[in-house]
Design a protein around this ligand. Structure first.
Ligand code: GLC
Length: 465
């Protein structure tokens, strides 16, 4: 957990222990926090807001809402700015925005600590697109708080993803898809007129540019940087290699374990071949921000990353400002490319003391006006379709409009089929892939073993896609 969140939560616990202790000796927070144990079954008694983003019915008493936010790149800063706009319009509401760990499964660990103790300390959670199934039991149905009126503006597939047993457990905030960032200046210099169409082409181009830049004296220059650490980000990268090669989605939507196949084995072996050749050996410890920093310092020809890296790369302090563009990831043997579907939603905890206000804040922060601001300032992809035709959005982040098809065709991780065990499925997958990348196993035996482990974990049978 990041130190700042730790410190603030520790302080909060101490304060609540002191307050609780003043009346009766009780065990410390969060276990003693007032605990709504079931989701509200009726609409809140206060009149509901009709039209986000300007709710017409601010709460009468002072309320504090705590939001657990991501902090990758500009995430935290933009979340705080958005919260401030809400507070300016609702003087009775204070929103405290906390940062959480960058690595997705560490963030999930923090959230589970709150949920398992039914803690009311946090009201709104920024949840990953892979988590609705795993976390639904702890979240309110946002349709009961007005989300049903705006759900139609969002991409249908994401609303469906976030709907568990008929409950909308997260309102989409931004969507993600894996992209190829490439240096336009270097491609030109080395005689290439377009980004690579296939992974084979990427290897050739990356090697040529890397050799040339090293010869010019930049010993830190690498051809291709990506996310190779043993964490959820590797599941995303590896799913792209495997799916583009025709090797399926680890577990199919109809619940078969499909990962142990020749195409998946070939794709993972190929990626292992990049480590130490066109990618630094240290890539097996890289997360999004490690790749971005290397790229943004001007030390890579290609990078696989999410949209957020675009606006940071275009800032004045970036060595690659105006020297790069973004394309779809290369094709594998299947004759198509693949971008993993990512993205984040705002969800309201069932244990919140103010679910109505929290839901109102979530609806405001995910509204069209707020998503537009985030798309322009932070290149966070909207989940509201009409913003992809918005001239200001297309001007600030041209790739969003140009690569619209990539975003709507992104391939989902098998989180729906495996809920509530997706996190364990993914952990087995990224560990197996990581062992191949670091050379401690070969792809064939790693995926064979993975198949058995996944069968044991899920109870599903191995099969073809
Ligand atoms: C991005 C994606 C998210 C994914 C994560 C992996 O934040 O939006 O869906 O799980 O990266 O690191």
């Amino acid at each position: 957990m990041k130190r700042s969140l730790f410190v603030i939560l520790a302080l909060l616990m101490v304060v609540s222990m002191v307050l609780a202790g003043a009346q009766c000796p009780a065990p410390p927070e969060p276990t003693t926090a007032p605990q709504p144990t079931t989701a509200p079954t009726t609409a809140p008694t206060k009149p509901k807001p009709t039209e986000p983003p300007k709710p017409t019915t601010p709460p009468e008493e002072k309320v504090t809402i705590r939001l657990l936010s991501g902090a990758v790149g500009q995430e935290l800063e933009l979340a705080k700015e958005s919260a401030k706009r809400y507070m300016d319009a609702h003087p009775n509401v204070t929103i405290e925005v906390f940062d959480t760990p960058d690595a997705v499964q560490d963030r999930l660990g923090v959230y589970l600590q709150y949920f398992e103790t039914k803690s009311s300390e946090a009201d709104i959670y920024q949840i990953d697109v892979i988590w609705p199934g795993d976390l639904a039991e702890h979240l309110v149905d946002l349709n009961k708080y007005g989300a049903d009126k705006v759900a139609g503006e969002h991409f249908k597939a994401i609303i469906e993803n976030n709907t568990v047993d008929g409950k909308l457990v997260g309102i989409p905030w931004f969507t993600d898809a894996g992209l190829l960032f490439y240096r336009t200046d270097l491609l030109k210099e080395y005689g290439y007129s377009a980004p690579p169409k296939t992974w084979d082409e990427l290897e050739t181009m990356a090697k040529k540019i890397q050799d040339g830049e090293r010869a010019k004296g930049n010993a830190d220059f690498w051809g291709f940087v990506w996310q190779g650490n043993s964490y959820e980000g590797l599941t995303c990268d590896a799913l792209e290699w495997v799916y583009a090669n025709g090797g399926g989605t680890i577990i199919s939507p109809d619940k078969k374990v499909t990962i142990n196949n020749d195409k998946a084995i070939a794709a993972v072996s190929k990626a292992a071949g990049w480590v130490g050749t066109i990618s630094p050996k240290g890539v097996t410890g890289y997360q999004e921000e490690d790749a971005r920093k290397q790229w943004q310092a001007g030390n890579a020809a290609f990078m696989r990353n999410w949209p957020y890296a675009y606006s940071l790369g275009q800032k004045d302090d970036s060595a690659v400002k105006d020297k790069f563009d973004v394309a779809a990831l290369p094709f594998g043997d299947s004759g198509h490319g693949a971008a993993t579907l990512g993205g984040w939603q705002l969800a309201v905890s069932k244990y919140s003391k103010h679910p109505d206000v929290a839901a109102d804040v979530a609806l405001f922060m995910t509204s069209k006006a707020e998503q537009k601001t985030r798309a322009i300032k932070g290149s966070f992809n909207p989940t509201i379709k009409s913003l992809y035709q918005d001239a200001d959005v297309c001007k600030a982040s041209p790739f969003m409009c140009k690569l619209y098809d990539v975003f709507i065709n992104a391939v989902a991780r098998p989180s729906t089929a495996t809920a509530p065990k997706y996190n364990e499925v993914s952990t087995l997958f990224f560990k197996a892939v990581h062992s191949v990348l670091t050379g401690s196993a070969d792809a064939k035996s790693a995926l064979e073993e993975l198949e058995l482990d996944l069968e044991d974990l899920t109870g599903f049978k191995a099969g073809t896609q």
